[in-house]
Ligand binder design. Structure first.
Ligand code: ADP
Length: 627
């Protein structure tokens, strides 16, 4: 699938590049052709302008000399000379002088008079070494034409001088008949040098196809047309080119451009031995032979063409670079999108993992909650069975107590036995008063033993009793009544602050026992203190709603440190023998446990002890009045 996709992308890319290549070649070719056409058209137009200019200059040059032969031909001295060929030397000299003057004034090469037979009889160069005088020009077309039609014109090379020139001739008439002719030869050097341009050639081709005026000296008197045998004969007859061999100009037509212009390959006049292409613009020029031509180098057109191709290439290169860049950019964006996609997928995966982990955690949490609930219920079950255990524990404690009790009971028993023995002796001695006193002491001992056993009974009793609402205030008032004498005698200040109607969940007689115990301990603690103050308070608990906090504080010396940790254990006491068994707080805490209340004992910061009990409030229960 992927390979197929890649193949399709590759072939798509190939066709894209192929289309771009075709487009490039098409555009380059069109640009080249367009630029070439325009450049050549511009050259052709420039050539036409040049031709206008050269034709005009040539014509003006011809016009300048055209009339000279006919004017000279009208001169009487010239006509007279022709009429009488054997005239005296003075007249010949006069004509020669005249011709010399005319020739100088007009700036022509030579001006001369030809007789009917074609012999030059007078000439401007009469006194020069290469004088025309005596030369026969009867074969020259200009002479023939002048005799035949009145005027003649001809490009040729002088047979005497070997100098090329343009010949004009005009017939000399006498009574309507031509007696001879006057000819003027002019140089075209001036024209040639005026027309000479570095990148251009200008030339005039005569009727034979031979170049007679040329800005390229080497091309002069070469032929642009193949010369036929008949023509060759005529040329030889006219001595037009002074017997010179007329070579063909080695050129080749490459392309026709328009009616007047064509492209040709010519020898390069600036670099001999090499060829170059030129645009040839020509026009017929009957006044001076056959045609006028201008050759212009086309290197500029080639340059423009190359420039256009280079421009198109540059544009395509830029477009291709841009294409590559855009492709690269597209690929980068695609890759970025792909990596973003991968990131999103990774993120999704992460979220999934997190969700799974969260679910696992939630499950673990739920499991833990269940375990907590199980533990709580186990704890509840344990607590439920705790009372049983406590009860069993009490029995165990009872064993411990037995040892203590043995000591406690043995002493009065030993005393009783002694007292009994003594009483019997007193009776036998008839001392009844002492015997009765002994009996009274026995009775007191027995009574104290009874107290001990009753306390033990309370300790051993199962505290599982029916709880009712008991008025705390009443229970406290009852306990106060019990210690009324001590309170008064020992000048104890007892402050009780229990809001009326404070009801707790308890059993009346047990609660009574608790309060009496605590009040008794407090009274014991303050017995030797300077200030004897006991404060009893009760209020709804701040921390535990639905519970009542009961406190009893005293201004005594506080709980002894060694006792503090074992306060509620049995037989822990600091009191002298006979005053305390160390069972009061142990019994109290067990009673309170049975009532579902909790006792704590601590020392106050400003001295003295504080015992606090948290009762279950029993506002809704029916109040059970204290006994
Ligand atoms: P007993 O009163 O027979 O000693 P208790 O269990 O009532 O037995 O008390 C144990 C001990 O706790 C006492 O001997 C005493 O040292 C200490 N105690 C109890 N109440 C107070 C109190 N209000 N102030 C100081 N010590 C106290």
């Amino acid at each position: 699938m992927r390979a197929k996709l890649r193949t399709s992308i590759t072939s798509k890319r190939f066709w894209g590049w192929a289309a771009a290549a075709v487009l490039y070649f098409g555009a380059a070719a069109a640009a080249a052709e367009f630029t070439w056409d325009r450049a050549i058209d511009a050259l052709a137009e420039a050539g036409e302008h040049r031709l206008d200019l050269y034709a005009a200059s040539l014509k003006s040059e011809l016009n300048r000399f055209e009339t000279t032969p006919s004017i000279v031909a009208r001169q009487d001295s010239v006509r007279a000379l022709l009429a009488a060929p054997h005239a005296p030397p003075e007249s010949l000299h006069a004509v020669n002088a005249y011709l010399e003057a005319v020739n100088r004034d007009t700036g022509s090469l030579a001006t001369y008079v030809i007789d009917r037979e074609g012999s030059v009889i007078a000439a401007s160069n009469w006194n020069q070494a290469r004088s025309f005088i005596g030369t026969n020009v009867s074969y020259r077309p200009y002479f023939k034409d002048a005799l035949a039609s009145g005027t003649g014109r001809f490009f040729g090379i002088g047979t005497n001088t070997g100098m090329p020139g343009l010949y004009f001739a005009s017939a000399v008439r006498d009574a309507g008949a031509a007696t001879g002719a006057v000819a003027v030869k002019i140089s075209v050097d001036a024209l040639e040098s005026a027309w000479r341009m570095p990148d251009e050639a200008a030339m005039v081709v005569d009727g034979n196809g031979v170049i007679v005026i040329s800005t390229v000296p080497g091309w002069k008197f070469t032929s642009m047309r193949p010369i036929t045998a008949q023509r060759q004969r005529a040329i030889e007859a006219s001595q037009q080119y002074a017997g010179r061999a007329v070579d063909p100009l080695p050129y080749r037509r490459v392309d026709e451009w328009s009616r007047t212009a064509w492209l040709g390959r010519f020898p390069d006049w600036r670099a001999p031995g090499r060829g170059a292409e030129y645009l040839v613009v020509s026009r017929p020029l009957p006044e001076a032979g056959d045609s006028l031509m201008v050759l212009q180098g086309i290197a500029g057109a080639y340059r423009q063409e190359h420039l256009a191709v280079a421009f198109v290439t540059g544009a395509f290169l830029i477009a291709a670079l841009y294409g590559l860049y855009a492709g690269q950019r597209r690929r980068t964006i695609a890759e970025k999108l792909k990596s973003q996609d991968a990131l999103r997928r990774a993120n999704d995966q992460l979220e999934l993992t997190v969700a799974q982990r969260t679910a696992a955690l939630t499950a673990a949490n739920e499991r833990m909650q269940r375990e907590i609930l199980e533990r709580e219920s186990t704890e509840q079950r344990l607590r439920d069975s705790q009372q049983e255990v406590v009860h069993a524990g009490k029995l165990a404690v009872l064993g411990q107590m037995a040892a203590g009790l043995t000591h406690e009971i043995n002493q009065p028993l030993v005393a009783i036995r002694t007292l009994c023995d003594n009483a019997r002796t007193f009776f036998e001695r008839d001392q009844p008063a002492q015997a009765i006193s002994n009996l009274a002491r026995i009775a007191r001992l027995v009574e104290s033993m009874a107290v001990l056993t009753s306390e033990l009974k309370a300790f051993a009793r199962k505290p599982d009793v029916e709880r009712v609402a008991v008025s705390l205030g009443e229970v406290v008032a009852h306990a106060r009544l019990m210690y009324e004498t001590r309170i008064r005698d020992e000048a104890v200040r007892l402050d009780v602050n229990i809001p009326p109607g404070t009801m707790v969940c308890a059993e009346s007689s047990q609660l009574q026992q608790v309060i009496v115990n605590l009040l008794g301990n407090a009274l014991d603690a303050i017995r030797d203190a300077e200030q004897r103050i006991i404060r009893i308070e009760a209020a709804p608990s701040d921390r535990h709603p639905g519970r009542v906090l009961f406190t009893i504080e005293d201004s005594g010396s506080g709980i002894a440190p060694e006792v503090l940790a074992h306060l509620f254990e049995p037989f822990v006491t600091t009191k002298p023998r006979g005053q305390g068994l160390g069972l009061g707080l142990a019994i109290t805490s067990r009673i309170l446990e049975g009532l579902g209340a909790k006792i704590q004992g601590a020392n106050r910061e400003d001295g003295g002890a504080r015992f606090s009990i948290e009762f279950a409030a029993a506002t809704s229960l029916r109040a059970e009045h204290g006994r």
